[in-house]
Design a protein around this ligand. Structure first.
Ligand SMILES: *Cc1c(COP(=O)(O)O)cnc(C)c1O
Length: 431
């Protein structure tokens, strides 16, 4: 497989863009090769500028649950563009979009649109702090909530529960209010709440962890979290930037039947355009300016093109909720196929699946949290990744990413991918 044109573009790219990419994971750095540059995509397939075709399991990291350039979603966008790309004055479609989201997610009353998942979580936390009048927030190790300062933290060593910055440029002072504790660990959660619960404004959690590989929260953990936050008047925020409208039409709220106080969206609700949103009960959301005192704004928030595409994607999902079962069946088929390969090769790796998400962890350990995920053999994953790419299968270029399925993935795609996965596993393990 040739990547000559991609290599030429990359050489130019690094001169003008840090690392040649606009988001780090796109650099393919963790798998030790240069990135491919994309020309176009359709359905479940994507083509690079070198003319190679791949079955795509990245799907823009989640937004494209109905596949690339789905005409049902994109039709009419040119007419929208002809009417203007942004006004900075309200449009009816923003209201329609808000209503769609509120109707889909039980227990929320109002929603504010923003431009990314990062903005959504950052803003939700500000609102929760304003609402409770408290400063502290709690997150779980390995959960990713975008790149705002207060959330770029990992747990400190030993008995220290407050976080330490994971990036230069984030002052320790800024994260001193951010507590970090292990995912799926009720005892650790209770210990922190017993000590500091009445000072904690909000807990933010991915109900299905999608940024340390794929690590679903255990039901009793989420139930304990709901209970303890309620007892302490702490706002529970579900970060559903990946899971929103993916795991079920009613998102994790429906999937787990657990109701948070606030929720963050991104990815799917924009259908591939830059969007985020945060939502909650009226009492909390009415803290937001211009009704309340908590400031949050955005020049392009509720952008008409993004609303158009996002709304059509959500309407399609609302009217075709059978797709969730189909997606789950496809993901099951893929996960089982991978397990069969592992068995044949005498490998005992962990395969996680939830809804339309699948992840092969290169570890024998069952992965319940970040520490477990860190036991993966990333070197072997890198060989596996490269062998997949060579065979026309594109997965996230890092061990700690899930495979994203869309309605466009066919049984033929999955069978082809499974053959490639079997080969790639053999290559990675010299079998
Ligand atoms: C992708 C993601 C974000 C950040 O969204 P961006 O649009 O990249 O800023 C936040 N939370 C979760 C769970 C995500 O997967």
């Amino acid at each position: 497989m040739e990547h000559k044109r991609s290599a030429e573009i990359f050489e130019e790219a690094v001169k003008y863009i840090p690392g040649g990419v606009n988001s780090p994971v796109r650099a393919f750095k963790s798998v030790g090769i240069n990135p491919i540059f994309i020309d176009h995509a359709h359905g479940s397939h994507i083509w690079d500028v070198d003319g190679n075709e791949y079955i795509d399991f990245i799907c823009s990291w989640g937004p494209l649950i109905l596949g690339h350039s789905n005409e049902q979603i994109t039709a009419g966008i040119a007419d929208m563009v002809a009417k203007g790309t942004s006004y900075g004055v309200p449009t009816a479609i923003e209201v329609e979009m808000a209503k769609l989201i509120v109707d889909a997610y039980k227990g929320i009353d109002k929603v504010r649109m923003v431009n990314s998942g990062t903005e959504a979580t950052m803003s939700a936390l500000r609102v929760a702090r304003g609402y409770t009048g408290r400063n502290k927030i709690l997150k779980f190790e390995g959960c990713y909530h975008g790149h705002s300062d207060a959330l770029l933290v990992k747990s400190g060593s030993g008995t220290i529960t407050y976080g330490v910055p994971t990036s230069p440029g984030v002052p320790a002072d800024v994260v001193k209010h951010t507590l970090v504790t292990p995912y799926n660990n009720i005892e650790a959660l209770e210990a922190i709440f017993n000590e500091q619960g009445d000072d904690i404004a909000a807990v933010i959690v991915e109900p299905i962890g999608g940024n340390m590989g794929l690590v679903p929260a255990e039901r009793d953990f989420l139930e304990a979290l709901r209970k303890i936050t309620q007892e302490h008047g702490t706002v529970l925020i579900f970060d559903e930037v990946i899971t929103g409208f993916r795991i079920a039409y009613g998102s994790s709220r429906e999937y787990f039947d657990i109701e948070p106080d606030m929720v963050c969206f991104g990815k799917i609700i924009g259908g591939g355009l830059p969007v985020g949103a945060y939502a909650g009960k009226a009492e909390i959301m009415d803290m937001v300016s211009p009704v309340g005192p908590v400031y949050q704004a955005g020049t392009l928030s509720g952008n008409p093109l993004a609303m158009y595409i996002g709304k059509k994607q959500l309407e399609y999902l609302r009217d075709h909720q059978e797709v969730y079962k189909e997606l789950e069946e496809k993901a099951n088929y893929l996960a089982q196929g991978i397990r069969t390969h592992l068995q044949d090769l005498g490998l005992n790796y962990h395969v996680a699946q939830a809804g339309s998400l699948v992840c092969l962890f290169f570890t024998d350990k069952e992965v319940r949290n970040y520490e477990d995920a860190m036991t993966c053999d990333t070197e072997k994953f890198n060989h596996y990744f490269q062998a997949l790419l060579e065979q026309g299968v594109l997965v996230g270029p890092a061990q700690y990413e899930a495979m994203f399925l869309s309605t466009a993935h066919t049984k033929e795609d999955l069978d082809k991918a499974l053959v490639a996965i079997g080969n790639a596993l053999r290559i990675a393990h010299n079998k």
